[in-house]
Ligand binder design. Structure first.
Ligand SMILES: Nc1nc2c(ncn2[C@@H]2O[C@H](COP(=O)(O)OP(=O)(O)OP(=O)(O)O)[C@@H](O)[C@H]2O)c(=O)[nH]1
Length: 598
């Protein structure tokens, strides 16, 4: 049973240490990272200035080790982990930030707390939420973890910024508002309970008093003829747990170097012999308080462990999923990088081809063909001027064929823009590329460049098809045109009325029928040429140039292509560290449950 108790509080201690090492101090909801710190039950000591907070902690530990001085001395949370050792063992202290260094001189512990506080907060005397972890092993302690926070204060003293009053209140509040926080609310007995800073705060965050332990210090300093029975018996301010009265060392005792063991004895005597508190003696004093807290913390941890375990498993799943989504880190050598780049290009190319093959391109009913048809009808309705027959035919046909050039180019462009849109869509659908904005932009640029080249080629080819139709006007063609016999008429007519209207009409309809024939041909060949020069090329060789270029790059240039969004890299790192934390917590819990079952 004892083994279990030790292992449960020790278990939470180890997880708490892992939290600090891996940067989880709770309260960073802005980073939207899951926090394990906040899920762990902890006892937090809250009190106004000079309420006797430090004295209570030192009394629980049985050692002098906390910095003293004027102003706000505690400026970082101090997570104080107490481990009970076998009788006769020497007391020692260890800091998480100084692994492998054992302190047996507690005056040095005090110095180190001060130095470590300044290391993070600087000489500015600001406060910081990054906790200091101190563990103390001694036969004279119970297994317990307490977090000491800066004392609630009304005014900043010299050298400390005005904002510190609010900053402290906010920091303390951020701890005590967590439902897992057990609040140790310190109030001096020589002050009205109604004005106690710690009770005011506790009432705010824990109105039913379920998780608040009231501690009344300085019972020895009350005015003669008054006592704190009303408070200690829970009538002044009701809590679910019993109030505990404490008598710490007075300033005079401290000045006289009265040691803690002697102070504890004195405290016991105070209660045992007190006419007011004698009947409560067994439930008063710092030793009783320590045991009470230890038992409570233990039972809370036991009750919450299943919930914490399932939270851990759920969070591990979530973090793994997010990391999969963010993509795992890329290797650092050129080979791995080139491989990654080519893989990513292929991923894009695959999606692009899926679009092409998926019949998502409405070539046969697209604008280009409609345009061709539209122009054909225009050409059919075209009424030619009349010049000498062969030249006239040639010019009429040439100028009619010119009408095909615009739409031919338009069909080339239409397909070009469709392909460009597909590139854009495929780029944005290539999820793997999202984390590499540089490479993403390069692939998009390379694809668009290739499409540009295909367009030029397609334009040339398509216009040539049109040109070919006009150069096919051979002498034979004219010879085979239906000939018209002059019917009588006036042989000396002027050039203007040399031919009858019927003549012109026939020329017009001849040109028309020729153009009709040509348009029938172009209607078939333009789409073929456009698909051949652009779609087929895009499918087969979109990134060919790019592959050649990438193949010639050096390690450094490859790394640049794989340059990731810094925010994303940061996020991946954060998630990786959090995942590490949750996994180590899971391992810790697994090892304890295993011990318990044996
Ligand atoms: N007589 C007597 N003096 C006490 C008691 N508790 C604390 N003191 C004295 O009250 C003064 C303040 O006590 P601390 O323990 O330093 O109080 P604190 O809340 O930690 O104070 P700050 O850290 O300065 O805010 C010291 O001089 C203590 O000796 C007590 O129960 N009885």
């Amino acid at each position: 049973m004892t083994a279990t108790m030790e292992s449960l509080i020790g278990l939470v201690n180890r997880i708490q240490r892992a939290c600090t090492v891996l940067g989880d101090y709770g309260g960073d909801a802005a980073a939207s990272l899951p926090t394990l710190w906040e899920a762990l039950p902890s006892v937090v000591v809250v009190g106004g200035q000079s309420s006797g907070k430090s004295s209570v902690l030192e009394s629980i530990v049985g050692r002098d080790f906390l910095p003293r001085g004027s102003g706000i001395v505690t400026r970082r949370p101090l997570v104080l982990q107490l481990h009970k050792t076998e009788p006769g063992q020497q007391d020692y202290a260890e800091f998480l930030h100084l692994p492998r260094k054992k302190f047996t001189d507690f005056a040095l512990v005090r110095d180190e707390i001060q130095a470590e506080t300044d290391r993070v907060t600087g000489k500015t005397k600001q406060i910081s939420p990054v906790p200091i972890h101190l563990s103390i092993s001694s036969p004279n302690v119970v297994n317990l973890t307490l977090t000491d926070l800066p004392g609630l204060t009304k005014v900043a003293v010299e050298g400390q910024p005005e904002s510190i009053v609010i900053d402290i209140e906010n920091m303390v509040r951020s701890y005590v508002e967590k439902p897992n926080c057990i609040i140790l609310a310190i109030t001096p007995a020589n002050q009205d309970i109604a004005t106690s800073d710690s009770i005011k705060l506790a009432r705010d965050v824990d109105p039913t008093g379920e998780r608040t332990f009231g501690v009344l210090t300085k019972l020895d300093l009350m005015d003669k003829g008054t006592n704190a029975i009303e408070v200690l018996e829970g009538r002044s301010y009701r809590l679910q747990h019993p109030w505990v009265g404490i008598v710490n060392r007075s300033q005079a005792d401290i000045n006289r170097n009265v040691d803690m063991i002697a102070a504890r004895r004195k405290e016991r005597e105070f209660f045992a012999t007190s006419p007011d508190y004698g009947h409560l003696a067994s439930k008063m004093g710092s030793e009783y308080l320590a045991k009470l807290l230890s038992n409570h913390l233990e039972s809370i941890i036991r009750a919450q462990l299943p919930g914490i375990t399932s939270l851990i498993n759920k969070t591990i799943d979530e973090l793994e999923r997010e990391l999969d989504h963010l993509g795992r880190p890329v290797g650092v050598d050129a080979g791995a990088q080139l491989y990654t780049i080519l893989e990513l290009c292929r991923a894009f190319d695959r999606i692009f081809k899926e679009h092409l093959d998926g019949g998502k391109l409405p070539f046969d009913r697209h604008l280009s063909l409609q345009n061709v048809r539209k122009v054909v009808s225009e050409a059919d309705g075209y009424q030619p001027h009349l010049i000498a027959p062969e030249q006239g035919y040639r010019r009429l046909i040439d100028s009619s064929l010119n009408y095909f050039r615009g739409p031919a180019e338009a069909s080339v462009d239409a397909v070009h823009f469709l392909l460009k849109e597909l590139v854009r869509r495929s780029i944005s659908e290539t999820r793997e590329l999202k984390r590499f904005p540089t490479l993403q932009a390069e692939i998009a640029a390379a694809a668009n460049e290739a499409l540009e080249r295909f367009r030029e080629d397609s334009n040339r080819t398509t216009l040539r098809l049109v040109d070919m139709e006009s150069s096919y006007l051979t002498a034979d063609f004219f010879r085979r045109l239906p000939q018209e016999k002059e019917k009588g008429g006036n042989p000396v007519a002027t050039a203007g009325d040399r031919y009858s209207e019927g003549h012109y009409r026939r020329i017009g309809s001849n040109v028309s029928s020729y153009i009709g024939m040509v348009s029938g041909t172009l209607r078939n060949t333009i789409p073929k040429s456009v698909v051949h020069c652009q779609v087929r090329e895009a499918k087969q060789a979109l990134l060919d140039h790019f592959y050649v270029q990438v193949g010639q790059k050096e390690g450094k240039e490859l790394a640049e292509l794989l340059d990731e969004d810094p925010a994303l890299m940061e996020r991946r790192q954060q998630c990786t560290r959090r995942l590490e934390l949750y996994k180590s917590a899971r391992d810790e819990i697994d090892s304890v449950s295993w011990v318990r079952e044996v």
